[in-house]
Write a protein that binds this ligand. Sequence first.
Ligand code: GLN
Length: 367
Amino acid sequence: MPTTCASAVLEGYSSPFDATAVRSLREAGAIVVGKANMDEFGMGSFNTNSVHGAAVQPGSEGRVAGGSSGGSAVAVKTGMALAAIGSDTGGSVRLPAAYCGIVGLKPSYGSISRFGLVPYANSLDTVGVLANNVADAALLHDILAHPDPNDMTCLPAPPSTKRNLRRPLTIGVPAEYNQVQLDPAVRDTWSRALTAFEAAGADVVPVQLPSTVPALAAYYVLAPAEAASNLAKYDGVRYGRARDMFGDEVIRRVLVGTFALSAGAHESYYVHAQRLRRQVVDEFQAAFAHVDAMVCPAALTAQAPTLDEVKHPRSGGSEYVTDVFTVPASLAGLPAVVVPAWDGVGLQVLGKWGDAAMVLDVAERLE
Ligand code: GLN
């Protein structure tokens, strides 16, 4: 099948081999029915930056599917496929899952092989799963999470989702996720979820993650910096002129990333962002010393914006802001699941590194 990353630059390209993730699924008996739409090279939050056009939720009056793995989410939501995979670098599996009302799992960094995945930002890239329910997501995770000598960041013995049934649970609530811009519908579902956990005997405690908002800025320096390096191979000699072959967003990221890595700027942008990333990791580690999992929103709004709203945003930069709740787990490499809670609003469960079992267990209680 063609591998184009929804980019004109790879039009007509077919990979000579299957990614490890695809091979594992085939070996487990899966039938691969197709490849799905996405934002070009994974860069976007609404699946509107694609050479194939936008991915929109059918029957939704023009609401976008979310990005970048919007096509995968629509395929699952509409029953075209039982489950799908996508890459999650800063939220690309979780945001479409939240917008489409399905389950989206980002594994711990290093638990699923990235061999054959076209890299966007290698230190953040993961292969994630989209499914109709938590049980299906867990099943796929266990098929996909295994060692792979072809990916040096893939763990020798990846954690599985075998449930450990530890009780009672301590659930952390990061106050920094209660942003003023948060849709009241999301806040309402979130607080009902916490009340339900308490009623079921869990300890629900506040945790502090002060770098949550700065993490977004750090991500939008680090991801473009890595992307600029990765995309350098699509040069003008072999692929044609960048401005003819890449969409606007990809060009913007390459420019930002190249600038952030340049001699004059690298200390105040790249190195500063790396320090922030370390802070995010440390804050999560301190918080997870006291809690089993955290429950928080996945997106600022319960529903996806319409295509029209995406094309005419009311204020600048809103596409990046959309990722504020998904990016921290990516920077820290932590497992995270988005699950539609009872009323269909997506909530996110974050866990300790390697503890997919816990996040899936907690997410299942929200279904
Ligand atoms: N929206 C984020 C970005 O544009 C995340 C995308 C992703 O996870 N691939 O970088």
